[in-house]
Design a protein around this ligand. Structure first.
Ligand SMILES: Cc1cc2nc3c(=O)[nH]c(=O)nc-3n(C[C@H](O)[C@H](O)[C@H](O)COP(=O)(O)OP(=O)(O)OC[C@H]3O[C@@H](n4cnc5c(N)ncnc54)[C@H](O)[C@@H]3O)c2cc1C
Ligand code: SF4
Length: 500
């Protein structure tokens, strides 16, 4: 039985962050590394704040956790110090809670009943922190062990792409007894977990320990293999009875304002990938922000990751531009009523590390020096409106202003799945959102070929990638075996929470 008045006695306490000066001097995670015993005690108190409200909006539905994490159950187990049992309940619905516990924007917390009236309750249960602590504690205690399948079905499945969607599908299918091979075109596994998301948000050792578990369970991995090029579609089809496309939505949106072709104007991923490679020991980034005036175009999460990366590289100044108006600091019930995801100003730890953030401002042109290198940027205040067809119109208002800039990073989102030989070979077309469409069984127009994650939703979130990978695994298992006991937490077609 949960503690019905715990939230009245225990104040909400988030994980402590390291001082800014210290954390921008290295790439380690921004949070303090607490003594595990003290952390367990503190987090058990936080779990006490969950009253088990009866209708836990946090754990399911379009507003709560896409994975259907059994939040009130594991909160109660943590409160009672039953960490092993809490880990079992958490892993029952989530293959990788150590990723979501660090990276998820936590729609569950926005949907928590304690979020209805934050002044009275002190705010939501710290669900994400509790999730991460359960996961980290389990790894520390050595209870996250390989779970090899008891039987072999003799069926072979290819998973193309090793991001969180592909990894979740692969782990589920391996545990169901199929012979699973994950093909990845990069030299290392993990998709955006490896080369998009910076080390200070997810230390890659956290990813590597999970990959080691998957290898021990029997999942095979082939890197530096672009399916459709290094392995033909005919070879793929001949080797495997089913294929899961988890190829992401990595076609970056670009900007054609005058001066775009100057040296020093780059896409965000051109900056983030080599920074992550440097952390992997591949040598200095060729696109370091060290000593440069950096301007990030785009106010979303990818822009915030560029901000944190630029500070760690020693940028002279960092400015982030967003053409949208500044959102309100607290939920506006008329725009986004509880328990939906609120439209509020989001301040990531990177924003607290410095830099300027401007709203309703957009670049008008990039200005070069005599050598063709970017030296400044012209910006203007803008207003965003919609035309009769609903298309966004961005209109400059007032004076333009020149600001120094010798590194401009475009972090303005992703348009969808990249055009690739694999899709052509399978005869698959993208839909209007740039994604690979599928039926209600996750199967594409190519028989035996399934899709999940960003490739199906468009650019989204790690939690959705895992949820879709699990659901697609259920569909593949049913396709191969006639029925499946694997869980299917989500259906195709639920609209994404966008991350840009
Ligand atoms: C900079 C950045 C930061 C983000 N931060 C967060 C965050 O903090 N929290 C959050 O929840 N979400 C975040 N996201 C979103 C999240 O990373 C994605 O939603 C998630 O990784 C999608 O998983 P996926 O498996 O579908 O695709 P991806 O992670 O994109 O993986 C796709 C993989 O497929 C491989 N591939 C593609 N084509 C082929 C082929 N033909 N053959 C072989 N391999 C192929 C690619 O190389 C890639 O490794 C962020 C995204 C970006 C860009
Ligand atoms: S995965 Fe995300 S939404 Fe689900 S419980 Fe964890 S933090 Fe909440």
């Amino acid at each position: 039985m949960a503690d019905p008045t715990g939230f009245l006695r225990v104040p909400k306490v988030e994980a402590a962050k390291r001082p800014v000066d210290e954390r921008i001097g290295d790439w380690r995670e921004v949070y303090e590394r607490q003594n595990p015993h003290e952390r367990a005690g503190e987090v058990a108190q936080q779990a006490r704040r969950c009253m088990d409200c009866g209708i836990p909006f946090c754990h399911s539905g379009t507003a709560g956790c896409p994975l259907g994490n059994l939040i009130p159950e594991w909160n109660d187990l943590v409160r009672r110090g039953r960490w092993d049992a809490a880990s079992d309940r958490l892993h029952a619905t989530n293959n990788f809670p150590e990723f979501t516990g660090r990276l998820c924007p936590a729609p569950c917390e926005a949907a928590c009943v304690l979020s209805i009236s934050e002044e009275q309750t002190g705010g939501s249960v710290t669900i994400k922190r509790i999730e991460q602590t359960i996961a980290d504690q389990a790894w520390l205690d050595g209870t996250v062990e390989p779970q090899p399948a008891a039987i072999s079905t003799g069926k072979s499945v290819a998973v193309v792409g090793s991001g969180p969607a592909g990894l979740a599908a692969a782990q589920q299918l391996t545990r169901a007894g199929h012979d699973v091979t994950v093909y990845e075109r990069d030299d290392r596994l993990g998709g955006l977990l490896r080369y998009g998301i910076p080390e200070y948000k997810l230390e890659k050792s956290v990813l590597d320990q999970r990959l080691a578990q998957m290898r021990a369970e029997g999942t095979r991995f082939v890197t530096e293999c672009e399916v459709g090029v290094d392995l033909s579609v005919e070879q793929l089809r001949a080797r495997h009875q089913a294929v899961v496309l988890a190829v992401g939505a990595l076609r970056a949106r670009d900007n054609d304002v005058p001066g775009r072709d100057l040296a020093g104007v780059h896409l965000a991923m051109d900056h983030l990938v080599p920074a992550n490679r440097e952390c992997e020991g591949d040598g200095p980034s060729p696109l370091s922000a060290a000593g440069r005036h950096v301007v990030i175009i785009g106010g979303g999460d990818t822009g915030a990751d560029c901000l944190g990366t630029a500070h760690r590289q020693g940028a002279k100044s960092v400015t982030q531009l967003d053409y949208n108006p500044e959102p309100p600091g607290t939920r506006d019930e008329s725009l986004s009523p509880w328990p939906t995801w609120p439209l509020v100003l989001r301040t990531s730890p990177a924003h607290a590390e410095g830099g300027a953030r401007h709203f309703e401002v957009a670049v008008q042109r990039f200005i070069g020096d005599d050598t063709g290198h970017l030296r400044a940027m012209e910006i203007a205040e803008v207003r965003v409106t919609r035309d009769a067809e609903g298309r966004r119109q961005i209109t400059p208002v007032g004076e333009s202003l020149e600001i120094p800039c010798d590194l401009a990073l475009l972090a303005i989102g992703f348009e969808g799945v990249e055009h690739m030989a694999l899709l052509d070979g399978l005869g698959l077309q993208l839909n209007g959102r740039g994604a690979v469409p599928c039926g209600s069984d996750w199967q594409t127009d190519a028989p035996g070929v399934f899709v999940c994650g960003d490739a199906h939703r468009g650019a989204s979130l790690v939690v959705w990638a895992i949820a879709e990978g699990r659901s697609a695994a259920h569909a593949v298992d049913a396709y191969l075996m006639g029925e499946s006991d694997l869980p299917a937490p989500v259906r195709p077609g639920v609209l994404p929470l966008a991350v840009v």
